[in-house]
Ligand binder design. Structure first.
Ligand code: GTP
Ligand code: MG
Ligand code: ZN
Length: 368
């Protein structure tokens, strides 16, 4: 398999060379792209086809190969990552030694955790944010995904699926376009195979896209349409009435016959933002611009005189729900930042204490 089909380019090539020179004793180092991550094995697409590989203990434990720049990541790779592995051709297996530096990644704060970054997918070109055209369509939720797509740096596209369930899809499209502003909106029906060509438009050859959105909106059904197969299990409608049932449970990358890559993800119960970029400002630049016109520099837009934000909401220039959602995410990120800073302080304190303790121990040893 030609690796360029999988998105291999100069960026990865250069980093791969760096790694090869850092591991002179390993003669069989090869690159591959992660398609799925299971508990102990990682499914990787390589020039020999698909292989199931282990992650080296060192990498898993956060130890970087000597000679590599500090910013290289360690740990378990994510779907979409390019990895370098030591190939064992006799057993069609091998061990992942390094994760090549990512171009970008889609992250969130792990559900239930205070500060714990989770990578949903790496090296992404397009993020398809899916909503369903039924009563549960929630723009605020789509905006949340939009912020994380913007933080990642990939191009977002809003996909409104299940057009067959909607009396006036054109009206919904207009409404969504107004809310999404310059972000493209594609209205489709995956079950009726309608409008799929609108998605292809945002997925040129050699590029990678990821589907995100709540459970039951039809992500896997859409991916099945794109792959032209029934590979992925999709939900029975009744399962979704029963709240909390999710069909897809892991992330998976597929290479399509027409040389595009698609990642399906499980619906998220919680999409907590991870602070890492100016996605919020980019998504809500209209509000931030209004705020600059408020009379007071530190206006909180809570009834101060000369407040341009309040004024815009009164005159219909700004949807109150849009402002509310912005404010909520703004607060969430501020709180997250604070906790993150606290966590870093604690880690710093612990490591300096450890140093002091080991210093003391060494001194006692020296005395003996
Ligand atoms: N009416 C209608 N139903 C659809 C459409 N697309 C998907 N569905 C149905 O919606 C249900 C959920 O679809 P899935 O593809 O499993 O949804 P998902 O987003 O992958 O869900 P999770 O894997 O739980 O995140 C299934 O019963 C699909 O048949 C559509 O365009 N119209
Ligand atoms: Mg699914
Ligand atoms: Zn104001």
């Amino acid at each position: 398999m030609d690796l360029s089909i999988l998105g291999w380019d100069d960026h990865f090539e250069q980093n791969f060379r760096l790694l090869v020179s850092a591991l002179p004793e390993n003669k069989n180092i090869l690159p591959g792209r992660v398609a799925a991550v299971h508990l102990s094995l990682v499914r990787v697409l390589t020039k020999m086809g698909e292989l199931e590989l282990a992650v080296s203990g060192k990498l898993r434990d956060g130890i970087l190969t000597e000679g590599l720049p500090e910013e290289w990541l360690t740990g378990i790779p994510a779907v979409g990552d390019w990895v370098a592995f030591d190939h064992d051709p006799a057993n069609r297996s091998g061990t992942i030694k390094a994760i090549l530096p990512r171009k970008n990644c889609l992250t969130r704060n792990r559900a239930g955790a205070l500060t714990d970054q989770q990578t949903m997918a790496a090296n992404i070109d397009t993020v398809f944010i899916v909503g369903a055209l039924n009563d549960e369509l929630n723009f605020s939720r789509l905006e949340r995904y939009l912020v994380s797509a913007r933080n990642c740096g990939a191009s977002p596209v809003i996909v409104l699926n299940k057009a067959d369930l909607c009396l006036d899809p054109a009206e919904k499209q207009r409404e969504a376009e107004k809310a999404a502003r310059e972000i493209p909106v594609a209205v489709i029906s995956a079950v009726l195979d309608q409008g799929m060509e609108r998605l292809w438009k945002y997925l040129p050859e050699g590029r990678t896209c990821v589907f995100v959105g709540s459970s039951g909106v039809g992500k896997s059904t859409i991916v099945n349409r794109l792959t032209g197969t029934d590979t992925l299990a999709t939900g029975e409608l009744s399962a979704y009435k029963d709240k909390g049932r999710h069909i897809t449970s892991s992330r998976n990358l597929f290479l399509l016959p027409n040389k595009r890559m698609v990642i399906d993800t499980p619906g998220l119960r919680e999409m907590q933002l991870w602070d890492g970029g100016d996605g919020l400002s980019q998504t809500f630049d209209d509000i931030e611009e209004l705020a600059r016109a408020c009379r007071f520099k530190d206006c909180r837009h809570e009834g101060e005189p000369g407040c341009a934000v309040k004024e815009a909401m009164k005159s219909g220039g700004l949807e109150p729900s849009r402002y509310k959602n912005y404010q909520k995410m703004h607060r969430e990120l501020a709180a997250h930042k604070k906790r993150q800073a606290m966590k870093e302080k604690i880690t710093e304190h612990r490591s300096s204490q450890k140093k002091v303790r080991s210093g003391q121990r060494r001194e006692t040893l020296d005395e003996e």
